[in-house]
Design a protein around this ligand. Sequence first.
Ligand SMILES: [Cu+2]
Length: 110
Amino acid sequence: MSRHSFPAIVGFLLLVAAAFAAAVFASPEPKDVTIDNFSFTAQTITVPAGTEVRWTNHDDIPHTVVSDDKTFKSKVLDTDQSFSYAFDKPGTYKYFCSIHPKMTGTVVVQ
Ligand SMILES: [Cu+2]
């Protein structure tokens, strides 16, 4: 047995502990909403508090993501551009596209 074995095992255990801690304390998985054919998909999503939601515009015309109460507001998103917002507080957040106000969506944060 090499005299290097002990530190190697300690190092390995620290790595395992760090990975475990990262998994336990990580925030929820980010959630994607796509903008396609003048609509938000999914139109309503429900996520745990702390979730970052990312909207990506797949249309070849620009869109925005603006909440009804202006809690969040994206710049104009061109094709394949994204906007992200982290929802820390539970509640129901309605939003729309300020260029096409008939495009609406809802994020429910639990
Ligand atoms: Cu739009």
